[in-house]
Design a protein around this ligand. Structure first.
Ligand code: NAI
Ligand code: MG
Length: 496
């Protein structure tokens, strides 16, 4: 889609697409769950039911894992050339592009994110990710190793096997792309459990994967709940690896559940990322980047810049400008292309966020804008900024995952570094300054997987992403993600 057509399409309110797929995908067939159970998925903007979706549990996971195992070991996938796997990934990317409007609409319907974001961020990033890993499929090479003695020794990289993938609801389709693309490029097969809040785009995407020619059993999708379907996937002996994105407490349960079968684990978890604003920054750029860094996607980002450290000398001016920008955000119907903030994903998240706003007020932080629900239908919350937040307040320590920003004034470099690192998390950080040396010193000092300098939320399929500390294990994206889906094999041959 060209920028011109995007602009034209952005003039009128979009209508929601038809929901085509609500069943489980196992071995290339759309099936009901063994139990016959379904669960409802809701439109968070209206609180109305969108559709009933087949609810998978342990019995369905078992069938899916066996299908994936078979496709991996004896099916067409095991015999396919790496370059042809790459071609299929490119084909899926092309189909996603052809169906961009439909997929973007499904994402907005199920998750509540503004259609402008689904179109300009989620879909293009997902498509780019597929194409990036399509290029990797035939480039996973080993090494020849000079060992002692008369031997020829080499390493090769082989697919890890069946990958179990469990994803959250904040970027439903983008998370599918981050998980499927490197796994398929490496030659793995997949059992995916999408989030119970947002199963629809994943199911439609799986249909497109079949249309692209990805053989039956290579991708299996089992919607359902975490403690049932998710836990069964983690424990299944036919599954070699679990890739999980979500809350760190869930990751702790998964790690314990995975012990019995010693599964390979990669985790991409939450954060409480520091966004550090020095007095010598480009103030307007820093304010705009700070707004985006927290409020993008209704604040439902693992890397949200939720602790905004502002140098004392510019603190007042900064907060004033920030309030003005927060007030300009257009909260409302996510299908209106001019909307910049939609509803929170569900009642549980909505309640959690409002309870943290209450905790901020109780702790004595100053709510300088927002702080309330909008309307009485749909999970809309005002863009909220708390000023004069201190490090020990719950709004400064806990991941809120909503449109709630904490501003914390600071005096000097050493102090802000210490405070920025005073967290169990280490996913991302940002710094705003015109002093190159200072920027690099911050990049060196903060314990985080990603550091943005004079920008925020810049993602690219080629740039590794993941967390230090309790923000995760392993990296997604880039060449790094291929390590998650491959085993290294060493072959030694006698030359005598
Ligand atoms: P969650 O971690 O419980 O859910 C994420 C996925 O894990 C879902 O597919 C869920 O069904 C599955 N799951 C849950 N329990 C499981 C279990 N025992 N075994 C296997 N899979 C399981 O996150 P939830 O409840 O949706 O959100 C709670 C909080 O987590 C949010 O308020 C936010 O702070 C954080 N979060 C962080 C995300 C991130 O991108 N880092 C994404 C979503 C939530
Ligand atoms: Mg949960």
């Amino acid at each position: 889609m060209s920028p011109a057509t995007l602009e034209k399409a952005s003039e009128k309110v979009v209508s929601a697409p038809k929901v085509r797929r609500t069943k489980l995908l196992i071995n290339g067939e759309w099936v009901d769950s063994r139990s016959g159970k379904t669960f409802a998925t809701y439109n968070p903007a209206t609180e109305e039911k969108i559709a009933d979706v087949a609810e998978g549990d342990a019995a369905d996971i078992d069938l899916a894992a066996k299908a994936a195992r078979k496709a991996f070991e004896s099916g067409p996938w095991s015999k396919m050339d790496a370059r042809d796997r790459g071609r299929l990934l490119n084909k899926l990317a092309d189909l996603a592009e052809t169906h961009l409007e439909e997929l973007a609409g499904l994402e907005t319907l199920d998750n509540g994110k503004p259609i402008a974001d689904s179109r300009a961020a989620d879909l293009p990033l997902a498509i780019d990710c597929l194409r990036y890993y399509a290029g990797w499929a035939d480039k996973l090479v080993g090494e020849t190793v000079p060992i002692r003695g008369n031997y020829f020794c080499y390493t090769k990289r082989e697919p890890v096997g069946v990958a179990g993938q469990i994803i959250p609801w904040n970027f439903p389709l983008l998370m599918v792309a981050w998980k499927w693309a490197p796994a398929l490029a490496a030659g793995c097969t997949i059992v995916m459990k999408p989030a119970e809040q947002t199963p629809l785009s994943c199911l439609r995407f799986a249909e497109l994967a079949l249309e692209a020619g990805i053989p039956p059993g290579v991708i299996n999708v089992v919607p359902g709940y975490g403690p049932t379907a998710g836990a069964a996937l983690v424990k299944h002996p036919d599954v070699d690896k679990i890739a999980f994105t979500g809350e760190h407490r869930t990751a702790q349960i998964i790690m314990a559940d995975a012990a019995q079968t010693l599964k390979r684990l990669t985790f991409e978890l939450g954060g409480k990322s520091p966004n550090i604003i020095f007095a010598d920054c480009d103030l307007d750029a820093a304010v705009a980047g700070t707004e985006f860094g927290l409020f993008f996607n209704q604040g439902q980002c693992c890397c949200a810049g939720s602790r905004v450290f502002v140098e004392q000398s510019i603190h007042e001016k900064f907060v004033e400008k920030l309030i003005a920008r927060a007030k300009q955000r257009k909260v409302g119907n996510p299908f209106d292309p001019s909307t910049t903030q939609g509803p929170q994903v569900d009642k549980a998240q909505f309640d959690k966020i409002l309870s943290y706003i209450g905790k901020g007020n109780e702790a004595g932080a100053k709510c300088v804008t927002g702080g309330k629900r909008i309307g009485d239908k749909g999970f809309f919350i005002e863009p909220t900024v708390f000023d004069r937040v201190t490090d020990d307040m719950p709004i400064a320590t806990d991941e809120i995952f909503g449109p709630v920003m904490s501003v914390l004034p600071f005096k000097d470099f050493d102090e802000v570094v210490t405070r920025a690192n005073k967290t169990i998390f280490g996913l991302a950080a940002a710094v705003w300054t015109r002093d190159v040396g200072k920027a690099h010193r911050i990049a060196k000092s903060v314990r985080a997987g990603t550091v943005w300098v004079n920008c925020y939320d810049v993602f690219d399929a080629a740039a590794p992403f993941g967390g230090f500390k309790m923000s995760g294990i392993g990296r997604e994206l880039g060449a790094a993600a291929l390590n998650n889906y491959t085993e290294l094999k060493t072959v030694t041959m006698s030359l005598d």
